[in-house]
Design a protein around this ligand. Structure first.
Ligand SMILES: Cc1cc2nc3c(=O)[nH]c(=O)nc-3n(C[C@H](O)[C@H](O)[C@H](O)COP(=O)(O)OP(=O)(O)OC[C@H]3O[C@@H](n4cnc5c(N)ncnc54)[C@H](O)[C@@H]3O)c2cc1C
Length: 303
């Protein structure tokens, strides 16, 4: 079922995000162990990220295709403008269409390492909105876009960034998935602004990141400009040398956030599972959403 239709169901849609592993061996083990384990939770879909500069292009498309064909899981390929001309992007989209991929998360991408600001290549795109229009012109893809509950790091004014998010929806994005955040109030203010000030009606799905270590979450938040609330930062730093303790804090914090988000009626959770099972499984278990359905079925998950 295409992603906009998943979100139109009354059930909560759980989705997981993978990144393409660096080696064939790691990819094989992801499909052998992680995918079947996560499939038991009846994900609505799984998305696969797109590496900087298109370096993972083949792997991203191959993984999405395999998730759909071998596991029967609806899937989505991320696509960015980084280092790509329109011709190069057109070839990725042609390839995706030929593989039967139906969902694209259209992103600008971050500036490549060593570049302080994003610069479009000649013949390429400067903003995600341009890519959204481009993907839409194929006529065969459902399109998602990114949203930033604290505003995008490069934008000095979060309301201006949210106006640009609304423009992405007007251009054709059919759902929004957010950057990670750890203060639910940020998400609620973001959705309230889009819904009531900008008339956005498409699903707005919180991105949930159960972090795995102190070093990792400090790196992620500084890269994407998200804030760690002071109390959470203190808790993490107090266990900085104990990854398992920090992982458990991540599960606890994400569980609490998801409980509140459920009360607010979110259409789903997009879990940045970092190609791992335990934290995602524990969160879903804590929320009472863990309903193993057996492999090979096409389960849907109810809240
Ligand atoms: C759910 C999710 C998945 C992601 N997956 C990937 C991935 O697979 N691969 C990857 O490399 N990165 C990924 N990212 C990171 C993303 O590429 C970066 O956050 C990037 O910096 C911005 O991408 P965007 O699509 O939001 O860009 P845009 O919407 O283009 O926004 C980027 C900046 O430009 C500004 N802007 C937008 N339009 C205009 C305009 N018309 N004029 C002036 N300024 C404008 C915005 O305010 C913002 O500051 C993901 C992020 C999210 C939230």
């Amino acid at each position: 079922m295409p992603i906009p239709e998943l979100y139109a169901r009354p059930e909560l849609t759980i989705s997981f995000e993978f990144f393409p592993p660096k080696t064939d061996e790691a990819e094989a083990s992801l499909f052998r162990e992680v995918v079947p384990a996560l499939q038991q939770f009846g994900p609505g879909f799984i998305s696969v990220t797109y590496g900087a500069g298109g370096g993972t292009r083949d792997r991203t498309l191959r993984m999405v295709h395999r998730l759909q064909c071998d596991f029967g899981i609806e899937s989505m390929a991320h696509l960015t403008c980084v280092g790509s001309t329109r011709t190069m992007l057109a070839s990725v989209l042609d390839q995706a269409a030929a593989l039967g991929i139906r969902n694209i998360l259209a992103l600008r991408g971050d500036p490549p390492r060593g570049q302080a600001t994003f610069q479009a290549v000649e013949g390429g795109f400067s903003h995600a909105i341009d890519l959204i229009r481009f993907v839409k012109s194929w006529g065969c893809f459902h399109i998602g876009a990114a949203g930033y509950p604290e505003g995008h790091a490069e934008c000095p004014d979060k309301y201006l960034d949210w106006d640009r998010t609304a423009a992405k929806v007007e251009a054709g994005a059919e759902f929004l998935i957010t950057q990670l955040f750890y203060d639910v109030n940020d998400f609620l203010e973001f959705t309230d602004y889009l819904r009531h000030r900008r008339g956005v009606t498409v699903p707005i799905v919180p991105g949930i990141l159960p972090f795995l270590s102190a070093e990792q979450i400090h790196r992620f938040t500084s890269l994407c400009g998200a804030r760690l609330p002071p109390e959470l930062r203190r808790r993490i730093d107090a266990h900085a040398h104990d990854d398992e303790a920090v992982r458990r804090i991540g599960v606890e914090v994400c569980t609490e956030m998801c409980r509140r988000l459920l009360d607010e009626g979110v259409p789903g959770f997009h879990i940045y599972c970092l190609n791992r099972v335990p934290s995602a499984a524990e969160i879903l278990h804590n929320l009472g959403l863990m309903k193993p359905m057996g492999l090979g079925t096409n389960p849907s998950m109810t809240a």
